[in-house]
Design a binder for this molecule. Structure first.
Ligand SMILES: Nc1ncnc2c1ncn2[C@@H]1O[C@H](COP(=O)(O)OP(=O)(O)OP(=O)(O)O)[C@@H](O)[C@H]1O
Ligand SMILES: [Mg+2]
Length: 302
């Protein structure tokens, strides 16, 4: 499909959607339908919404060689919100997430245009310290990737690199606090010198979250952090996301609608490199604005 064809199909969808939203039948269906079970009963009110923009993306395009993977996205992420990125495989969720801490810089053929700011500072400014940026905007990947080091050293690595600890005791405190925040301390406190790679998958993922937290980030990007985990480990990580959201801004990519519904305040739906809609998670899963979103969340494609 060419870009023009896709654009046309999106335009058609918009028209269809507009037509549908004016029809009484559709409105009635929308009012009575909740596509994700969490919203069948009303959700408890979450934390206060912040109106402070933490990250702003303006007209962001991403190219891999000649191919355009992100086609001009505008998005604001607010302080202390959890925003979920959903959409079919290949629609650009990971690519867009990586633009938020310049992780795409590590891919040779990748080119990013447009503007991304963190606290109103342009993160693509050539004078910006990218290592520092990636500490401020940390990332947790799909597959847990502990360093081939001890549990302690995995968490201590970042604080040492950035000179965050005054002395050995301070470093130990940072490590303990980070492991506590990641809900892992009780499970590992007696084996801090053992290799991080010796932990279970779920524990390794929480270790990676502890490693991210240890450098005091402001934003945490998570790319399908639970896709390699069993339901119990997933529940632990989700609980953790909710706890962390009081202190950090979190953007999470997920293929699980239930997970997006459980953990996020807002949800952004991506389709073929476009951002189709972003709304409160409850709205996206009960009364989506766009027909493409509805088709995806009801499982008609994806
Ligand atoms: N390193 C790369 N080199 C070339 N093309 C890439 C690269 N990474 C991603 N792409 C392409 O960019 C597009 C978006 O990919 P991306 O990985 O961002 O999608 P996604 O929404 O995260 O998919 P998934 O849900 O499968 O993880 C796809 O067409 C993909 O083939
Ligand atoms: Mg991806």
């Amino acid at each position: 499909m060419s870009t023009t064809e896709i654009k046309n199909s999106l335009e058609q969808d918009k028209t269809v959607n507009q037509k549908q939203t004016t029809s009484t039948e559709f409105e009635q269906k929308q009012q009575s339908t909740s596509f994700v079970s969490q919203f069948e009963s009303s959700k408890p009110t979450k934390k206060e919404k912040s109106s402070t923009v933490k990250i702003s993306a303006e007209d962001v395009h991403v190219y891999y060689g000649e191919s355009e993977a992100i086609k001009g996205i505008d998005l604001k992420v607010y302080e202390n919100e959890v925003i979920a990125f959903i959409g079919p495989s290949g629609c650009g969720k990971s690519t867009f997430l990586r633009t938020l801490n310049r992780m795409n810089d590590t891919i040779d053929i990748c080119r990013v245009t447009g503007k991304v700011t963190l606290d109103n500072q342009d993160i693509y400014d050539p004078n910006l310290d990218v290592v520092l940026l990636r500490a401020q905007v940390g990332m947790v990947f799909q597959k847990p990737n502990p360093f081939p080091k001890s549990i302690f050293e995995n968490v201590a690595y970042g604080p040492k690199l950035h000179g965050l600890a005054r002395d050995k005791y301070d470093l130990e405190e940072i490590v303990e606090n980070s492991l506590r925040k990641a809900g892992l301390w009780e499970e590992v406190k007696d084996r801090l010198n053992q290799p991080g790679t010796g932990l279970s998958g779920g524990q390794q993922q929480r270790l990676c979250i502890a490693r991210t937290i240890a450098v005091s980030p402001e934003v945490i990007l998570m790319d399908e952090p639970c896709s390699a985990l069993d339901p119990i480990a997933t529940a632990k990580v989700e609980e953790l996301i909710s706890e962390l959201s009081t202190q950090y801004t979190i953007a999470i990519v997920t293929h699980s609608m239930q997970q997006a519904a459980r953990v996020s305040d807002r949800t952004a739906y991506f389709h073929l490199g476009d951002l189709i809609e972003v709304n409160s998670t409850e709205k996206v899963f009960t009364q989506p604005d766009h027909q493409l979103t509805e088709a995806y969340i009801t499982g008609r494609f994806g």
